[in-house]
Structure formats: C-alpha cells, structure tokens
Write a protein that binds this ligand. Structure first.
Ligand SMILES: [Zn+2]
Length: 64
C-alpha cells in the first residue's frame, strides 16, 4: 500500500474507494476516477449556505 515516492501521500478516494488520491498543493486528485477536490477554493456547500443565510436575513429586514 505504501508508495515508494515520498512526495505523494496516497489517500483513499471517497468516490471509487481506491488509494489513488494524490495531493498537489491544495488540490486532491484521484488517478482512477478523476475525482478532484480543491481546498484552496470555497466549498460550494458552505458558500451556498452563506448566500441562503444572507437572503433570509435580507427578507426578514424587508418584512420588518
Ligand atoms: Zn477515485
């Protein structure tokens, strides 16, 4: 399971379950299924929640 190359830390892919995830800076990529996650960008879920919370707040301000 261990890779001879110390530059790459192999992690389990959440999509295909294989240890083919390679890390490059803040980007995690799967060599098997092309799964990709960039930790240097905003996560779309939390970003969407922030927008939703802002819209709810604005609606409340308008209604009051
Ligand atoms: Zn994968």
């Amino acid at each position: 399971m261990l890779t001879p190359n110390p530059q790459y830390q192999r992690l389990e892919c959440p999509k295909c379950g294989k240890y083919t995830i390679v890390q490059h800076n803040n980007v995690y990529r799967c060599l098997n299924c092309r799964f990709r996650r960039d930790f240097s960008e905003f996560e779309p879920t939390s970003f969407g929640l922030a927008i939703a919370a802002g819209l709810i707040l604005l609606t409340l301000i308008v209604l009051l």
